[in-house]
Write a new protein. Structure first.
Length: 120
């Protein structure tokens, strides 16, 4: 699982950004190494999911006359173009769709959700 953080720099997240950026290289590298084995390796960048840590950050930003939705859009503005949290069910559907490609033998790919911005 890669991350939207693998596509851009974000303040105060250098450790996470570094590891997620490295994970984008994994599918291609592993695909080359396992090309004749039937093993596939791909990555999914779902966008920001509503984890407890993310929800807490949005709640902390709310107040001062702002709603949770406004605070969430503000928090996500620097992270993903849609300004919306990636719903867990959407990430799951994308993962299942991408898994079908794996079963067909596709390997070495990275899929970014629309919440994460356009693919490079």
């Amino acid at each position: 699982m890669a991350s939207i953080y693998s596509t851009r720099a974000v303040t105060d997240r250098n450790d996470y950004v570094t590891t997620k950026t490295a994970s984008l290289d994994d599918p291609g590298r592993f695909a080359i190494e396992t090309t004749t084995s039937g093993i596939t390796c791909n990555a999914l960048c779902p966008g920001t999911l509503p984890t407890p840590a993310i929800q807490e950050k949005c709640i902390d930003r709310a107040g001062e006359g702002r709603t949770i939705d406004e605070a969430t859009r503000d928090y996500l503005a620097a992270r993903q173009p849609s300004g919306a949290i990636c719903l867990r069910w959407k990430a799951s559907v994308r993962w299942l769709s991408f898994s079908a490609a794996w079963r067909a033998g596709h390997t070495g790919a990275t899929l970014r959700s629309m919440e994460a911005g356009p693919s490079a």
